[in-house]
Design a protein around this ligand. Structure first.
Ligand code: HSE
Length: 434
């Protein structure tokens, strides 16, 4: 028989996302109850400082600064973990599951670092563990990867999974301005993490890549094994070069299977993306993820990737799912396919944009091209550019590995006709995503 006793929910953390989740639990109670088959009762909200004034109309008795006591009560059905970071989130999620609660989390760092442990704990205690909001905010992506594509073979994923950096690069493209001012705007809009280093250094995107790999490739890759380059070094000149080449600078996350091997390659880096690529026109804090599957073909998932209101949609979706399962008496963890540890991650090969500042572009081209070619870097096209009073050669290379490119660029930098350190950025072409 259907159990219609209220489902008890505890929320850990009341930041940008937590505030919206609590608000919706309050205002959408009857609608949620209808979909779940039982009312939802918010029984506690754990925060660091209970005295801080918050714009939420909830019973003052719900606030607590003791999250461990809350999750250990023993009568909680679902704990919504929105603390961020790995500790104390890991310890609290484990304690919640040990005390019989399902866990809904938006915490990518937690899942990337401790996903296997959390799944194992959920399985042992027969509770749900859901984390749709941890990747691509509001965009339903993890459940399609795990369930809808569960019978297919996913071959490649390429996406924009960090809203802050997409917003920053979009503003730089829009205004022609620099990185610092654009980051300031992103922080003001509430897209960035508490410490925006995680966003701009690509750590946030790398954690999301690990989660995507576990679901798409059934592979455990430690976050430290993700090849990672952030956007702090991207300049207004890079953005202008990209525009002149019919491209746009984006922070891209790429997951692919190494050819003929079991290993996978995960990488996060800025790229000059061809305008015809489906990721090129993703604006503001939006995310987009292109999934290529053997039978389904290319599938594009796109929408709001950050922000409290959109992300609360994904959190509540998981909450409704976990709650429905409780009401129906399914007290089991949502199944996760066996996950194996990846043996090794190969280094990426890419085409690159090169900007080589020179004293005289007409005479320097032969020397620069000869040094690149003898260093093993094939050249596709060559352009000549002036920016900020500096003459430069802009070259697009053929596929090159990082070590070969680095050594060749050192030799280029030593040429007498080269007036400043060369710059490089990877290219993402239209045919790499359709
Ligand atoms: N800071 C993250 C982003 C929030 O900008 O994408 C959503 O994970």
């Amino acid at each position: 028989m259907m159990n219609t006793a209220p489902l008890k929910v505890a929320v850990l953390g009341c930041g940008v996302v937590g505030t919206e989740v609590v608000r919706r639990l309050h205002t959408s109670g009857p609608a949620l109850a209808g979909r779940i088959g039982a009312p939802v009762e918010l029984v506690g909200i754990a925060v660091r400082d209970t005295r801080r004034r918050r714009d939420l109309d909830v019973d003052p008795g719900l606030w607590t600064d003791d999250p461990l006591a809350l999750v250990k009560r023993g009568d909680i059905d679902i704990v919504v973990e929105l603390l961020g970071g790995t500790e104390p989130a890991r310890a609290l999620a484990v304690a919640a599951m040990e005390h019989g609660a399902g866990v809904v989390s938006a915490n990518k760092a937690l899942l990337a670092e401790h996903g296997p442990l959390l799944h194992e704990t959920a399985a042992v205690h027969g509770v749900d563990l859901l984390y749709e909001a941890s990747v691509a905010g509001a965009v339903p992506l993890l459940r399609p990867l795990r369930d809808s594509l569960g019978g297919d073979r996913i071959t490649r994923i390429v996406g924009i999974v960090n809203g802050t950096t997409n917003y920053v690069l979009d503003r730089m493209t829009e205004t022609g301005g620099g990185f610092a001012a654009a980051l300031h705007e992103a922080v003001d809009h509430g897209y960035a993490e508490a410490d925006p280093t995680a966003d701009v250094e690509g750590l946030d995107a790398a954690a999301k890549a690990v989660i995507l790999a576990s679901l798409a490739f059934h592979t455990r890759v430690p976050p430290t094994a993700v090849h990672r380059e952030g956007i702090t070094e991207v300049t207004a000149v890079d953005v202008a070069d990209a525009r002149d080449l019919g491209r746009v600078v984006k922070l891209v996350t790429v997951l692919e299977r190494a050819v003929g091997q079991d290993d996978v390659l995960l990488r996060v880096h800025p790229a000059m993306v061809a305008r015809a690529h489906p990721l090129a026109d993703v604006r503001g804090a939006d995310n987009a993820v292109l999934v290529e599957a053997a039978d389904a073909g290319p599938l594009l998932f796109r929408g709001a990737g950050a922000g409290g209101v959109p992300t609360s949609s994904a959190v509540l979706g998981d909450l409704v799912t976990a709650a429905r399962r409780r009401v129906l008496g399914h007290r089991g963890a949502a199944p996760q396919a066996a996950v194996k540890q990846t043996a090794s991650v190969a280094g990426p090969r890419s085409r690159h944009h090169l900007r080589v500042p020179v004293t005289d572009a007409a005479t320097a081209l032969d020397d620069v091209a000869a040094v690149l070619r003898s260093g093993g870097v094939g050249i596709g096209t060559v352009h000549r550019r002036r920016a900020a009073g500096q003459e430069a050669l802009v070259l697009l290379t053929k596929d090159t590995d990082d070590a070969t490119l680095r050594t060749a660029l050192e030799a280029v930098a030593a040429l007498p006709c080269v007036s400043a350190a060369p710059r490089s950025m990877r290219l993402l072409d239209a045919e790499e995503g359709r």
